[in-house]
Write a protein that binds this ligand. Structure first.
Ligand code: ADP
Length: 249
């Protein structure tokens, strides 16, 4: 028997009024894969991500995490089952250094924040874990210790990813991780993500086609709420329907 998909949807449908923003979408992320979701504005990408995380409920269809149906689970329980998405940095404390923010996130996950009097030793171990996590995302020691507000924008986006990774996800949803990042930094962001351990399956939602084709092993193309095409970057780039709808050719 082959392993179940890391994340799967079956006939997922969500209507707003009479309008189907997501219309019978079935997709499957292979365990450990780097998968991208693309599509023109209004294709239903944001709605689909919100259905995956549990922020909104489908009218029909199912979401499965490692083969288990999580359609009825609220967001926090999906996170507990291993599904994480990036946070928006502007919800964070700009005065905190990345090492402090990630240590706090790890402590939160371990349930240590409510017990601040716990031995310092426990926190030291978490700080070491935080440093290792940030190093994996190519933070230099000086960058880990600087206030977040002083970091380059690309580094701030990587900190968002670090905070999601602190939840120890099996599946990571990255919603436009390079949005607003200068081109020379955005490649760095995606390269750091591509170098994550294969224990984490990644779904990237991204507008920048260059980044998508550099990063993804599989691409799902949405258009008008439906899956228009699914396959390797090469196959998707060649598909005349995709070129017509998405690339405007
Ligand atoms: P994308 O992220 O691909 O741009 P969205 O998921 O944001 O697409 O939107 C898909 C379609 O659903 C759009 O036509 C949008 O106007 C509509 N839509 C999204 N959310 C709502 C909502 N809460 N109420 C009504 N229509 C919505």
């Amino acid at each position: 028997m082959t392993a179940p998909a890391a994340l799967e949807t079956r006939g997922l449908t969500r209507r707003f009024g009479g309008f189907a923003a997501v219309d019978g979408v079935s997709l499957a992320l292979a365990p450990g894969s780097r998968h991208a979701l693309i599509g023109p504005n209004g294709a239903g990408k944001t709605t689909l991500v919100n259905l995956l995380t549990g922020a909104i409920r489908p009218g029909a269809g199912a979401v499965l995490l490692e083969g288990r149906d999580v359609t009825a689970l609220p967001q926090h329980l999906r996170v507990k089952r291993g599904l994480a998405r990036t946070f928006q940095i502007n919800q964070l404390f700009p005065d905190l250094a990345p090492i402090e923010a990630v240590t706090l996130a790890l402590a939160e996950r371990e349930g240590l924040t409510a017990r601040w009097w716990r031995p310092v030793r426990a926190h030291r171990a978490l700080a070491e874990e935080a440093a290792a996590l940030l190093a994996r995302l190519r933070f230099a020691p000086a960058e880990m210790a600087a206030p977040t507000r002083d970091l380059a924008y690309g580094r701030q986006r990587l900190l968002e990813i670090a905070l999601a990774l602190a939840l120890k996800p099996r599946v990571l949803l990255l919603d436009e991780p390079a949005a607003g990042v200068p081109p020379e930094e955005s490649r760095e962001v995606l390269e750091a993500v591509a170098a994550l351990p294969r224990a984490v399956t990644v779904l990237l939602i991204e507008h920048d086609m260059d980044l998508v084709f550099r990063f993804a092993e599989r691409i799902t193309v949405l258009a008008q709420g439906r899956v228009l095409a699914e396959g390797t970057p090469e196959a998707v780039a060649r598909d005349p329907r995709v070129r017509e709808v998405y690339l405007g050719e």
